[in-house]
Design a protein around this ligand. Structure first.
Ligand code: TRP
Length: 443
C-alpha cells in the first residue's frame, strides 16, 4: 500500500464519512417522493428487499475493491482488471459529475428555505414560492454557493476536510431527524400518515415500475454504482472489518430514510394535504411541507427550519463524497495538488449545473440519466468485476472480519443474483430514460 496516500484517522472517521455520503437528499427528498409516487408501503417493502439483496453485496464489492487497490476508481479497476476496465472508472467519474451538478441545485433550495424561513417564516403560497425560486438566477446563486462550500471541504483533504465536517454534521443531522420524528407522533391526525406509509398493497409489488424505482433508489441512497464508497474505502487500512462496515452503513442509511418517512407522511396527512401527494413530483417536498409548516404557525417555522437544515446538512456530506470521486481521480491521474484539483473540478461541475438551475425538466433528466441509469450500469459492471474478475476478492473482503464465514453467500449473490436483477432493472430503466428524453425534447 502507498504510504504517502492519505488515511482516515480511525474507524469512526471512515464510518461517519461513509454514512454521511449515503445519508442525503436521497433519504428525505427522493425517498419520500418515490414512496408517494409508487403507492407508499409497497415501494418501501421492495426498497428494503433491494437494499438487502442488491445494495449490501454491491456495497461490500465497492469496499473490497477500494481498500484492496488503495487507489481512486480508474486506477483501482486497472490495478485488478488491466487497461480494458478503465472505462468503468471513467463512467464513475462522469456519473459523479452529472449527479453533483443537479444535486447541488436541490441542496441550494434546501439551504435557501431554511435561511429564508428563519427570517420570515414559511410563505402561505408555497407553490408559487417554489416556482419562483426553483429555477432561474436565484437558483443559480444558491447552487454556486453550495458548490463553493463543497469544494472548500474537499480541498481540505481526508482528515482535516471530509472527516472533520462529518464529525460535526452527522450527529447534528441524527439529532434533528430523531427529534422531528418524535414531534410528528404528537400531531393530531398523524395516524393517517402512518397508515399510508405502512399499508402494503401487495399487488403493487409485481409492478415493474415500482421494482425499477426501488432498485434505483436503493443505489442512489446507498451511494452505490459510481465509486463513492470505493473511493472512501481506498483511504482505509487493512484492519477494518469490511462486511461489518457495509452493514453499519446500510442500516444507518435505511434508518434515516425510514425516519424521514415518519416525519413527512404524518405532517402531510395531519394537515390534510394528501391530495398533493397523489400529484407528487420532484417539487412535492418543497411545496407540500412548507404548506404544512406555514399552517402550523410559530412551531411550524421552528420545525420547518430544522427540517430543511437537516436536508442541507445531509446534502453537503453527500456532495462531498461525489466531488471526492472526481477529485481523487484527477489527483491520481495528473499528480496535481488536491487544492487545485478541487478548485478545477468543483468549478467544472458548478458550470454543468447551470442548465439544471434554469430548468426543472433538465434537472429531472439529469437525475434519470446520472442518478438512475448510470448507477445501474455501474453497479452491474461492478458486480461482474468483483464477482468474476478481481483476484481473491473473497480473501480481501474477509480479511480481519468476524463475518468472513458468510462471504460465500456474498460471492454467489454477486456473481449470479445481483447481475440478473440489475440487468432486468436496466432494461426497464433504459426504456424509461429513452421515453423521458423524447418527452423532454418534444415539449
Ligand atoms: N446517497 C446520497 C443521497 O442519498 C447521494 C449520493 C452521494 C450519491 N454520493 C453518491 C448517489 C454516489 C449516488 C452515488 O442523497
Amino acid at each position: 500500500m502507498d504510504a504517502s496516500r492519505e488515511h482516515w484517522s480511525g474507524r469512526l472517521g471512515f464510518t461517519l464519512a461513509a454514512v454521511g455520503s449515503a445519508v442525503g437528499l436521497g433519504n428525505m427528498w427522493r425517498f419520500s417522493y418515490m414512496a408517494a409516487e409508487n403507492g407508499g408501503a409497497a415501494f418501501v417493502f421492495l426498497y428494503v428487499v433491494m437494499t438487502l439483496v442488491v445494495g449490501l453485496p454491491v456495497m461490500l464489492a465497492e469496499l473490497t475493491l477500494g481498500r484492496g487497490a488503495g487507489k481512486s476508481p480508474i486506477q483501482a479497476l486497472a490495478h485488478f482488471g488491466g487497461e480494458r476496465w478503465k472505462w468503468l472508472g471513467g463512467l464513475f467519474v462522469a456519473t459523479g459529475f452529472v449527479i453533483l451538478a443537479y444535486y447541488s441545485v436541490i441542496a441550494g433550495w434546501t439551504f435557501r428555505y431554511s435561511l429564508e424561513s428563519m427570517v420570515s417564516g414559511f410563505p402561505s403560497d408555497a407553490g408559487a414560492h417554489f416556482e419562483a425560486i426553483a429555477s432561474g438566477w436565484p437558483a443559480l446563486c444558491w447552487h454556486l454557493g453550495f458548490m463553493a462550500v463543497t469544494t472548500l471541504v474537499v480541498s481540505g483533504g481526508i482528515r482535516s476536510g471530509i472527516e472533520r465536517a462529518s464529525l460535526v454534521l452527522m450527529p447534528l443531522l441524527a439529532i434533528i431527524v430523531v427529534g422531528l420524528a418524535i414531534y410528528a407522533t404528537t400531531l393530531e391526525g398523524a395516524s393517517a400518515g402512518y397508515a399510508y406509509y405502512f399499508e402494503t398493497d401487495f399487488s403493487a409489488i409485481w409492478n415493474t415500475a415500482v421494482l425499477r424505482d426501488a432498485a434505483g433508489q436503493a443505489f442512489f441512497s446507498l451511494s452505490l454504482g459510481m465509486g463513492a464508497i470505493l473511493t472512501y474505502a481506498s483511504y482505509l487500512d487493512r484492519s477494518t472489518d469490511l462486511p461489518a462496515e457495509s452493514i453499519t452503513i446500510a442500516l444507518s442509511d435505511f434508518g434515516v430514510a425510514f425516519l424521514a418517512g415518519l416525519v413527512v407522511f404524518p405532517l402531510i396527512f395531519a394537515l390534510g394535504l394528501e391530495a398533493d401527494v397523489g400529484a407528487s413530483t420532484m417539487g412535492a417536498l418543497f411545496i407540500t411541507l412548507p404548506k404544512a409548516f406555514a399552517e402550523m404557525g410559530g412551531a411550524g417555522t421552528f420545525i420547518g427550519v430544522s427540517f430543511f437544515l437537516a436536508l442541507w446538512v445531509g446534502g453537503l456530506t453527500s456532495a462531498i463524497s461525489l466531488l471526492e470521486v472526481v477529485v481523487s481521480s484527477v489527483i491520481d491521474a495528473t499528480g496535481t495538488t488536491r487544492r487545485r484539483a478541487a478548485l478545477v473540478c468543483g468549478s467544472a461541475i458548478a458550470l454543468l449545473g447551470v442548465p439544471a438551475a434554469f430548468s426543472l425538466e433538465v434537472l429531472g433528466l439529469m437525475d434519470q440519466i446520472g442518478g438512475n441509469l448510470f448507477l445501474i450500469v455501474g453497479g452491474l459492471a461492478l458486480s461482474v468485476f468483483v464477482g468474476w474478475i478481481m483476484p481473491d476478492a473473497l480473501g480481501e473482503a474477509g480479511s480481519n472480519s468476524k463475518l468472513a464465514g458468510l462471504l460465500i453467500g456474498w460471492k454467489l449473490l454477486l456473481r449470479f443474483v445481483v447481475p440478473a436483477i440489475l440487468a432486468t432493472v436496466l432494461w426497464f430503466t433504459l426504456r424509461d430514460t429513452w421515453n423521458l428524453i423524447n418527452e423532454t425534447f418534444a415539449g
